[in-house]
Ligand binder design. Structure first.
Ligand code: PEP
Length: 265
């Protein structure tokens, strides 16, 4: 059975003091919510400067720390960048790759994402690969083609085992930070399409193993319904993850219900 992953994406938010108090607060709130970390994986993806402090706070507490980007090269003349070797050295467990904001504002391409995916796996960092269509692509009914193209490009040269260990986050661009969530049916329809593309590329076993998240205005009021869908195995949460209390409540959806849904797939 696929273990759900709920990941926070702070984007470019919080100062050092806020990050430290958030980390401590999150541990308390997860305890207060009685979250069983054996049943759900939790990660907090933060700006690079906060990673060291959170690694210390989360040490042996079962919450992973993630980066929001990285370069694909081992080291070298790439001023301003962070390498996969640096993240691994710090014990970072996750890295977001190809977030739509990076594609939009920093021109990140599927080809670069493929190199980053490969580098992340080579360094034992679990990538969270973001794919998703824009509003105009959805309106033109190009959403499935768009997502298929992104997946095919990003998985270029990636082996079966690494594909199975890649988390895929379906994030329709029109739902990110807009307060507009895709309906759970829309989200599940695309998650199931993504699984079918993974099946075409790598076979049924890999498709059954791969964790597919939904992201786009996830909050405590809509997480349970999203997580009850057959092909949604987790969430990537932006705005609502900035509050430790709300994020802990999002993590505390009912994983037993999800387990049942997934078994009947
Ligand atoms: C995100 O940044 O990945 C995201 C889904 O943001 P939000 O939850 O704010 O829409």
């Amino acid at each position: 059975m696929r273990k759900p992953l709920i990941a926070a994406n702070w984007k470019m938010n919080k100062l050092v003091e806020d990050a430290t108090s958030y980390g401590e607060d999150l541990i308390e709130k997860l305890k207060a919510e009685n979250v069983d970390l054996k049943k759900v994986d939790v990660a907090v993806c933060v700006p690079f400067i906060h990673m060291a402090a959170l690694k210390v706070i989360f040490l042996l507490r079962g919450v992973g720390v993630g980066a929001q980007n990285m370069h694909f090269a081992e080291s070298g003349a790439y001023t301003g960048e962070i390498s996969p070797a640096m993240l691994q050295d710090m014990g970072i467990e996750y890295v977001i790759i190809g977030h739509s904001e990076r594609r939009m504002y920093f021109g990140e391409t599927d080809e670069e994402c493929a190199k980053k995916l490969k580098a992340a796996h080579a360094h034992k960092i679990r990538p969270i690969l973001c794919v998703g269509e824009s509003l105009s692509q959805r309106e033109a009914k190009e959403h499935f083609d768009t997502v298929r193209r992104q997946l095919t490009g990003c998985f270029e040269g990636i082996g079966r085992e690494d594909a199975a260990g890649t988390v895929i986050a379906y994030e329709p661009v029109w739902a990110i930070g807009t307060g507009k969530t895709a309906t759970s049916q829309q989200a599940n329809e695309m998650a199931s399409f993504i699984r079918s593309v993974v099946e075409d590329l790598y076979g049924t076993d890999t498709a059954e193993q791969v964790i597919i998240q939904y992201g786009g205005s996830v909050k405590k009021s809509n997480i349970a319904e999203l997580m009850s869908m057959s092909d949604i195995d987790g969430a990537l949460v932006g705005g609502a993850s900035l509050d430790a209390g709300e994020f802990a409540q999002i993590v505390n959806f009912d994983p037993d219900v999800v387990g049942k849904e997934q078994k009947v797939r």
